[in-house]
Design a protein around this ligand. Structure first.
Ligand code: SOE
Length: 393
């Protein structure tokens, strides 16, 4: 098996989940090439050598420009905060590398468009880590919809609710528009826009209305952590820094197949720690998913005799019937959040090798379509009117 050298740009929470994925994938999957954890980039203040030593990266670097151009590197994987997605991605594409990037692909629509156009022109393979497509239950929902098991889709109800962003959280990069692009909207609605586009196989054609709110308008500055001090630097000299992004965005939409939809992203939805999910109602049945019960998919089969119709709870852990699980554990031994990243690392290696991934991978072009919806919803909330997606390029 040939080696394929990976460089990761960034560290942090996603750096840990991606390092785990690149280190595990060849152990659990028959990969078309063996990923080598070649180099990790981090800022001096983040001690990339300690990170490399802990996670098994062969080299550490503090100069991402040279890393992405290195002839030793085949794949560049970007896990930096949103404002630092486009520069390394465009440089890596220009150097002919295959590029994977965390979501949302960019902080702005213009950057997302530039990244997609550059990738299309260069002909390199790209992937965006919308990891929830690779939850077996979500991949099963995709297959069930594709097989017509719930008929024509009428309603899509999606929410991604968290409750970590209370007043104790200091002003980190996620709360600054210059660094994140948006708040819960780009962080969480991005996931459910991608997930519902994936499961339904349809595009959003209209944003019918939207609302955005920032409940906590100022936060304590923090220093010492690179991304945090960057955020703090934008408010240097003050005790409290201004939050310049949303805490929650809700919007209504229409899908190309005629369904109506509601989306809600929130970071102070007390009691919902990582409640990412959907309910999709069709003419022949319905599907319900809740990431806090990520191994399960609920299915209502309306073709059954009315007397015995009811919600069925499918434990999506049966090898051969449910995607990915044959590579993990026996029935009901369950998988977790980190397995979705390893599943995606495998599918990206397949995509690069010209093989078909288990389920479609969101490329930069695909993620640009999600970014268009994010932008349209933000415009709708700001201008307080419906937005036709044809008007958002
Ligand atoms: C924080 O909201 C976060 O880490 C997101 O950025 C991730 O994309 C999501 O998978 C978990 O929550």
């Amino acid at each position: 098996m040939s080696n394929i050298n990976v460089a990761m740009i960034g560290q942090g929470f996603m750096g840990r989940s991606h390092s785990n994925a690149w280190g595990q994938v060849a152990k659990f999957f028959q990969c078309p090439s063996k990923p080598v954890m070649h180099t990790v980039f981090g800022q001096e203040a983040e001690n990339p050598q300690a990170f490399a030593d802990n996670w098994g990266w062969q080299n550490a670097a503090t100069d991402w420009e040279s890393v992405v151009k290195s002839p030793d590197i085949d794949i560049v994987d970007i896990v930096t905060p949103n404002f630092m997605h486009a520069p390394p991605a465009k440089a890596a594409i220009a150097a002919g590398k295959h590029v994977a990037c965390e979501k949302p692909i960019a902080g702005t629509l213009a950057e997302a468009r530039e990244m997609a156009e550059a990738a299309n022109k260069a002909g390199v393979k790209t992937a965006v880590w919308f990891c929830y497509r690779r939850v077996p239950a979500v991949a099963l929902a995709y297959q069930m919809v594709k097989d017509g098991l719930i008929g024509d889709i009428l309603h899509v109800r999606a929410q991604y609710l968290q409750d970590w962003a209370d007043e104790s959280v200091p002003l980190v990069w996620r709360f600054k528009k210059e660094l994140a692009g948006s708040g819960a909207h780009g962080d969480l609605n991005a996931h459910i826009i991608d997930m519902t586009r994936f499961v339904t196989g349809q595009e959003i054609t209209e944003i019918s209305g939207a609302i955005s709110e920032t409940f906590i308008k100022k936060r304590k500055l923090m220093t010492g952590v690179a991304s945090g001090s960057i955020a703090g630097g934008l408010d240097a000299g003050k005790d409290m820094g201004d939050v310049t992004v949303d805490d929650t965005v809700l919007f209504l939409a229409r899908f190309s197949g005629g369904a109506v939809a509601s989306f809600e992203a929130a970071r102070q939805a007390t009691g919902n720690q990582n409640r990412n999910g959907f309910e999709i109602n069709g003419t022949k049945g319905s599907l319900k998913f809740d990431f806090e019960r990520m191994n399960e998919l609920e299915y209502y089969d309306a073709t059954r005799p009315r007397a015995v119709q009811g919600w069925t709870n499918i434990m999506c852990t049966h090898a051969g019937d449910h995607p990915y699980v044959a590579n993990w554990w026996p029935d009901a031994h369950l998988i977790g959040y980190e397995h979705c990243f390893t599943n995606e690392a495998y599918d990206f290696l397949c995509q690069i090798a010209g093989q078909t991934p288990t389920v479609p991978i969101p490329t930069f072009e695909d993620a640009y379509q999600t970014q268009r919806v994010l932008e349209a919803a933000s415009l709708s909330a700001a201008e307080k009117h419906a937005i036709n997606m044809d008007d958002v390029k």
